[in-house]
Design a protein around this ligand. Structure first.
Ligand SMILES: Nc1ncnc2c1ncn2[C@@H]1O[C@H](COP(=O)(O)OP(=O)(O)O)[C@@H](O)[C@H]1O
Ligand SMILES: [Mg+2]
Length: 237
């Protein structure tokens, strides 16, 4: 989907769905406050919270697309510990997908990396959210972090619907969603992986996907040194 009409219709659908649900549940609560028990109120507020989180991720992704296109993306590189970066991301997604089992395996020998924190967390949010979205409740989602030479390897593995090899490249392009009964059921813009790959590339990393035998793994390799440092070293050699 490349033309602007498709873009506008996708975007408006994507924005309208969570907003309609937020407004609907807020109105119900306001109009029927005295008739609702605490349990229902809590349930409605949870939906409002989940849908708001969805909107925030969506808007962040949309803003990222326009920033990627304007090329002068500003990355703020800092030294960061991957456990401290990834744990809060898992906590937020766990909140929206409480019935999945998130298993975080962090190898203590993993060196810190130099990344833009927000952008790295956006990458992890997109990958872990996909893993939950495209797999059933009560299945495992593994997040494994290990050192890999000059890189660190971050793997996100789910036991969901899987991806056919002929779609490995397509899913990283703008607005691409693979048509199947589940992707029709869950909402998405098809922007997440496009942005994810772009951000990883810009920070000097790589992403790949492998799917088969009932599991799907996205592996991100992030350099221990950042792209600017690498460039400086290449110049001085
Ligand atoms: N973990 C996964 N398992 C199966 N399919 C996936 C997974 N992650 C992504 N996909 C496929 O790749 C498509 C693109 O993903 P993404 O860019 O994040 O868009 P969205 O999640 O908004 O649809 C998804 O629509 C889905 O078809
Ligand atoms: Mg996604």
């Amino acid at each position: 989907m490349e033309n602007s009409e498709d873009f506008i219709s996708t975007v408006s659908h994507e924005l309208r769905t969570p907003l309609t649900s937020i407004r609907g549940f807020a109105q119900t609560m306001l109009n029927s406050w005295d008739k609702l028990d605490d349990e229902s109120k809590k349930k409605f507020l949870k939906i409002i919270e989940d849908q708001s989180n969805r909107l925030i991720n969506l808007i962040e992704n949309m803003l990222s697309v326009s920033k990627l296109q304007s090329s002068s993306s500003n990355f703020v590189y800092v030294q960061a510990n991957l456990r401290l970066l990834i744990e809060p991301v898992i906590a937020v997604i766990k909140n929206a997908y409480p019935n999945h089992n998130f298993i975080f395996n962090y190898n203590e020998k993993t060196p810190d990396i130099i990344v833009d924190r927000d952008k790295f967390q956006q990458i992890m949010t997109n990958l872990i959210e996909n893993a939950a979205k495209y797999s059933d409740e009560n299945t495992n989602i593994n997040i494994d972090v290990i050192p890999a030479g000059d890189f660190v390897s971050i793997k996100v593995t789910d036991k969901g619907i899987g991806i056919l090899p002929e779609n490995y490249n397509k899913i990283f392009t703008k607005f691409s969603r693979i048509d199947n009964p589940l992707t029709r059921k869950v909402q998405g813009s098809g922007l997440g992986l496009y942005i994810t790959k772009n951000l990883i590339d810009k920070m000097g990393g790589r992403i790949s996907v492998m799917s088969g035998n009932g599991q799907t793994t996205f592996e991100v390799l992030m350099p221990v040194k950042n792209v600017e440092e690498q460039a400086r070293e290449r110049c001085s050699q």
